[in-house]
Design a binder for this molecule. Structure first.
Ligand SMILES: *Cc1c(COP(=O)(O)O)cnc(C)c1O
Length: 478
């Protein structure tokens, strides 16, 4: 039987060399396209790529028939390539992962008000470096410095491209060729290859590790102090958690120790929250204000993690130190652009109003959203698709745990609701793929052979859009 079957197949499948010969010439295919649809070079590129892909498939013995080389099929496939090339590479996606500060999906999303400020900064002239009061040259940092001081209680502030740059710049300014003492429990690696020891090496500061992995005492820091010591550095263990027999030294104690030896204290807070979110069931993190109040000389944190603003590295601290950092030549290379400034100012201003800030900053609003709100959103989506997908996919609402993300509060689940999809006509991996390849990609997650759309990170106006996408993917007419 087996042999016969193979023979039969052989008769049906045209010989490899016949197929190769049947691949049309680029110029021939070019005539099938109207020149107006796309730039000529893109049409040619798409044709070449498709014909080459077919050639490779044939050579590899993949299933290619005469039909695949016909005008209709070829036009379809080359058309799809052309369309993909003409669409944007960088596009909006729907985040249904439940990870609020999702590093791969753009971390924090901005409030609409910040979006407006961003567009205006880009499409109109501005006072970026022009002091309107004096008519003279101004400093771009002055546009946000006072806000940062008001919100954190610091004497001075500076903003650079991201927190990694902030740490590098501070170390380069304060500790180049000198020693920096860090607890072994805080030599963290953040995603995207930020490692405390490596950044330290780049800055030219010498790392002095103290303590044990799980426990570091004040006396460990003290014993390591020499004439070459410049800084005591504390790093927030953002993305991991130590449990059990552990000990860290509080910022206040480090500050007292440093004062005795005339040293400086720096803290890299990582996420840098300005707000205690424990009222919303999110574990308390040290806020920037508390760290400043503890007397830490210079504090660095990200703009696009818990702060909920644009990508930026914020540096706040004592005035004389910040002035020194501002003068570092490296600062010029790490400076922020006008888009960041516009968005950052806009977001920081929202923090002035304690009553409304959580509802206005998407990152905070998503973290604060109650299970009841998640439930309503999930039910709304489920109602829309349950009948549409009947017979094709089972739909249910389920309780899940969302994550903060962005290296903040690891191991911490926030109770959420998801719409759970169990496709009947395809595998869950196929469903994942078609949602991901949709024009507006929908990104959820797979758990126990089910596809989950976590409602925590889905915006209300995205619910009908997801329903439409699901109908399309399952081939249902709306
Ligand atoms: C996230 C993080 C960084 C890096 O910040 P970016 O803004 O991503 O450059 C540095 N240190 C800590 C502790 C962090 O959590």
């Amino acid at each position: 039987m087996e042999v016969q079957k193979n023979n039969k197949n052989k008769e049906k499948t045209p010989a490899r060399k016949d197929l190769l010969r049947a691949i049309p010439q680029v110029d021939e295919v070019l005539h099938w396209f109207s020149r107006e649809t796309a730039p000529l070079f893109l049409i040619k590129q798409s044709i070449r790529e498709e014909l080459e892909a077919l050639r490779q498939d044939i050579l590899a013995g993949k299933k290619v028939g005469k039909l695949d080389l016909g005008k209709k099929k070829l036009l379809d496939r080359i058309g799809a390539r052309l369309q993909a090339k003409q669409g944007p590479n960088f596009k909006r996606v729907i985040n249904a992962t439940g990870v609020v500060i999702h590093t791969n999906l753009g971390r924090s999303i901005l409030p609409d008000s910040a979006g407006k400020a961003l567009v205006e900064a880009g499409t109109r002239y501005s006072n970026l470096e022009f002091d309107l009061a004096t008519g003279k040259r101004g400093s771009r940092y002055s546009l946000v410095e006072q806000l940062l001081c008001d919100l954190t209680g610091a004497e001075a502030a500076l903003v650079v491209n991201n927190n990694a740059a902030a740490v590098l710049l501070v170390l380069d300014t304060l500790a180049r060729d000198r020693e920096v003492i860090v607890s072994r429990g805080q030599l963290v690696e953040i995603g995207g290859s930020f490692r405390v020891p490596d950044v330290m090496a780049k800055s030219g500061a010498r790392l002095v590790e103290v303590g044990a992995t799980n426990r570091t005492h004040l006396k460990d820091y003290e014993a390591a102090i020499t004439d070459a010591t410049a800084l005591l550095l504390k790093v927030h263990a953002s993305n991991f958690k130590m449990v059990g027999f552990t000990k860290e030294v509080a910022a206040e104690e480090l500050v007292q120790l440093a004062a005795r030896y005339k040293l400086l204290v720096m803290e890299d807070l990582g996420s840098g929250c300005l707000l205690d979110m424990s009222a919303y069931g999110i574990r308390r993190e040290p806020t920037v204000q508390e760290t400043v109040r503890a007397g830490v000389d210079v504090v660095t944190f990200s703009g696009d993690k818990l702060l909920g603003g644009p990508q930026a590295g914020l540096i706040v601290g004592k005035r004389d130190i910040i002035e020194c950092i501002k003068k570092n030549q490296l600062n010029r290379a790490l400076r922020i652009d006008k888009f960041t400034l516009a968005a950052l100012e806009s977001v920081l201003r929202l923090y002035y109003d304690h009553e409304t800030v959580v509802s206005r900053i998407p990152t905070l609003a998503m973290l604060a959203a109650s299970p009841r709100v998640m439930e309503q959103r999930a039910r709304r989506l489920a109602r829309k698709v349950i009948k549409l997908l009947a017979g094709r996919c089972a739909v249910a609402v389920r309780t899940v745990g969302s994550r903060v993300g962005g290296g903040a509060l690891p191991e911490e689940d926030i109770e959420s609701r998801c719409v759970e999809l169990a496709p009947l006509d395809r595998t869950v991996n196929e469903l994942e793929r078609s949602l991901r390849l949709n024009q507006v990609p929908v990104i959820g997650r797979i758990e126990d052979d089910r596809y989950l759309l976590d409602m925590r990170t889905v915006l209300d106006d995205e619910v009908p859009l997801i329903a439409t996408v699901l109908a399309r993917v399952f081939g249902v007419d709306l």
